[in-house]
Ligand binder design. Structure first.
Ligand SMILES: [Zn+2]
Length: 120
């Protein structure tokens, strides 16, 4: 029984697994690739030793699924945070609650950033 593929950590879409049978060029390894429509992808090949298969395709699929499901969460670089494309009600309320006439854009931005939701 194979584990379900989790949605893409970057866009939430369901990835597609592609399988390509091997030939003499790659030692008869079967290539497996998980692709998401956003461009995220990972790949692997069945393990092989001197032309003798040492891993089944099913095992390689389980290994690839595990890698996909346990990949590191998206971590922005220092000085950046993740925000929703559209400000949430909480972010807008936080902005409205301050008197914008006496604050700089930098201050108002900080207020909205502080009210951002956790990344799901
Ligand atoms: Zn994606």
């Amino acid at each position: 029984m194979s584990a379900e593929l989790k949605p893409c950590p970057f866009c939430g879409s369901k990835p597609v697994m592609r399988e390509r049978s091997g030939d003499e060029r790659n030692g008869y390894n079967t290539s497996l690739e998980l692709d998401c429509k956003c461009g995220a992808s990972i790949e692997t090949e069945t393990q092989n030793n001197g032309g003798l298969p040492t891993e089944t395709v099913a095992s390689a699929k389980r290994r690839l699924t595990h890698s996909w499901n346990t990949r590191a969460a998206l971590a922005p670089p220092e000085g950046y945070v993740l925000v929703p494309v559209e400000p949430t009600r909480e972010m807008i309320d936080a902005y409205v609650a301050v008197d914008a006439r006496f604050n700089s854009a930098r201050h108002d931005w900080a207020v909205m950033i502080a009210a951002r939701p956790e990344v799901p």
